[in-house]
Design a protein around this ligand. Structure first.
Ligand code: VGL
Ligand code: ZN
Length: 214
């Protein structure tokens, strides 16, 4: 089967990852330049019939917060029952202003918002699976039941929630592309280079927005 890359497939779905106040400048886990992508994300979203948003949505005192671990600091690495976990500043707590989607995000035709990270004892970077790698969010089933795909991913942060979502989209069998200039990274301890290597190994395609069909 060949894919016509000069036209966007009507079944293509854009996943807009975690474009939330907490990850923008002034937020508690601000991603450098995170605000810069919002106009581009809005423009890209207009090309897609199908858009899914994700929203990091943690309990107060969530296990991924350094503040929940005595003597640990943000960006320390911890070993938790489900594996390695970077410890973060408190961020995107359910119901708070910083957990809200960015006010400038303008995608009224988005069809679904996937909240994630709401189990107190496990993180969830990916839009598809929690960080135990086994608990599904339901997004894979949703996309398959609707017959959607290929998958395109934009948002924050390239090296965590974007990368994990893209890799899991491949794991779910979707043709998957990350639009690089519509993402920004945290880049802690080499995490960005590692994420691109992991995405390449998983067969994730990497493009710039200029390569998207008009
Ligand atoms: C994210 C760290 C913690 C992300 C979410 O959206 O990339 N990163 N929670
Ligand atoms: Zn988080």
């Amino acid at each position: 089967m060949t894919t016509d890359r000069t036209r966007l497939d009507p079944a293509a779905v854009l996943i807009v990852v975690d474009v939330q106040n907490g990850f923008l400048p002034g937020g508690s886990l601000a991603v450098p330049g995170g605000d810069e992508i919002v106009p581009l994300v809005n423009r890209i979203a207009r090309k897609f019939h199908n858009v899914v948003l994700t929203q990091d949505w943690h309990t107060p005192g969530h296990i991924s917060f350094a503040s929940a671990h005595a003597g640990r600091r943000p960006f320390d690495l911890a070993t938790l029952p489900y594996g390695a976990q970077v410890l973060w500043p408190d961020h995107c707590v359910q119901g708070t202003a910083r957990a809200e989607l960015a006010a400038e995000l303008d995608i009224p035709h988005a069809q679904l918002i996937v909240r994630k990270g709401y189990h107190a004892g496990v993180d969830s970077y990916s839009a598809f699976y929690e960080a135990d790698r086994t608990t599904p969010t339901g997004l894979g089933g949703y996309l398959k039941q609707r017959g959607l795909g290929p998958v395109y991913v934009v948002g924050l942060a390239t090296d965590f929630c974007v990368a994990w979502s893209a890799i899991d989209a491949r794991r779910e069998g979707f043709d998957t592309t990350v639009i690089e200039d519509a993402c920004r990274a945290i880049d802690a301890n080499g995490s960005l280079a590692q994420a691109w290597a992991d995405m390449a190994a998983a067969g994730v395609r990497r493009i710039g927005s200029a390569a998207l069909p008009a």
